[in-house]
Design a protein around this ligand. Structure first.
Ligand SMILES: C[S@@+](CC[C@H](N)C(=O)[O-])C[C@H]1O[C@@H](n2cnc3c(N)ncnc32)[C@H](O)[C@@H]1O
Length: 253
């Protein structure tokens, strides 16, 4: 098995990840400051990184063995081969295919923020759904959930994850501008500059008294997001884990 190592994280390398799959990557893994892309053989890649050869037989079993369930509020994120645990709401997500396995701070921040804010029957939009994890979590809390992603390759993966979890979620390719709303809750794990640009579209698609959960925001970029939230008349609370921030905002001061 060949591994292509890139400096960065799923978040910082997000726009490049589809390119790795286009060149034949079979799976991705985030390590300390690096992303490892697994390939059956070396290929020419138009990216900065280095190749590593792993012994063939057990990289997959070692990876599976080392991958632990992840706790986030009332949820436990499990790979399909993990056992559910009493006292948690299970979220079964196939790891390594799309962003959203619970191993990133921003996904955990968003899962914790959803708990207690999703009302039965609420209309919830997960913008930038990736694996579908946040929309699936909202559906498990009783919402009518929709997941949207600009990357068409994640939509079948998200649908398969919803099926695994026994919930109905509508997954669509696209972005916020194409949607009408109103939504009782919008959760978006994207990045600071995009949240700033989308702020008018968020405000226009949120139902009165609705909730906006924004993450994917580095602490160093938080000021710009706060400024945009204030400019659009939101009041907000901030949660943080490590270098990452989430805003829970509601319209009106
Ligand atoms: C950081 S991942 C979040 C995945 C998952 N929601 C989670 O919280 O773990 C961001 C996702 O947003 C998608 N994305 C990026 N820009 C977008 C946009 N303008 N509209 C919709 N989706 C977008 C990417 O394709 C990617 O799947």
């Amino acid at each position: 098995m060949q591994v292509f190592r890139l400096k960065g994280s799923f978040q910082t390398l997000d726009p490049l990840l589809p390119l790795l799959f286009d060149h034949g990557a079979r799976g991705l893994e985030e390590k300390e400051g690096e992303v490892w892309a697994y390939f059956p053989e070396r290929v020419d890649l138009p990216l900065e990184g280095e190749w590593l050869t792993l012994p063939d037989e057990d990289w997959l079993s070692a990876w599976k063995r080392d991958l632990k369930p992840v706790e986030a509020g009332p949820f436990l994120v499990l790979a399909p081969w993990h056992q559910a645990q009493e006292g948690f709401i299970p979220l079964v997500i196939e790891p390594g295919m799309a962003f959203g396995t619970g191993h990133h701070e921003t996904t955990r921040l968003a899962l914790r923020a959803l708990a207690g804010r999703v009302r039965e029957g609420a209309r919830v939009l997960d913008l930038g759904t990736g694996s579908g994890i946040l929309a699936i979590a909202a559906a498990k809390l009783g919402a009518r959930a929709m997941g949207v992603d600009i990357d068409p390759s994640v939509i079948p993966l998200a649908r398969e994850n919803a099926r695994r979890n026994g919930v109905e979620v509508e997954f669509l390719e696209g972005s916020l501008e194409a949607l009408e709303g109103p939504f009782d809750l919008i959760v978006a794990n994207l990045f600071a500059e995009l949240h700033q640009a989308l702020m008018p579209a968020y405000a226009a698609r949120l139902a009165p008294g609705g909730v906006l959960l924004l993450t994917g925001i580095l602490r160093s970029k938080a000021d710009g997001v706060e400024e945009a939230l204030r400019a659009w008349g939101f009041s907000f609370q901030r949660e943080a884990e490590g270098e990452w921030v989430l805003y829970a905002a509601t319209p009106g001061v």
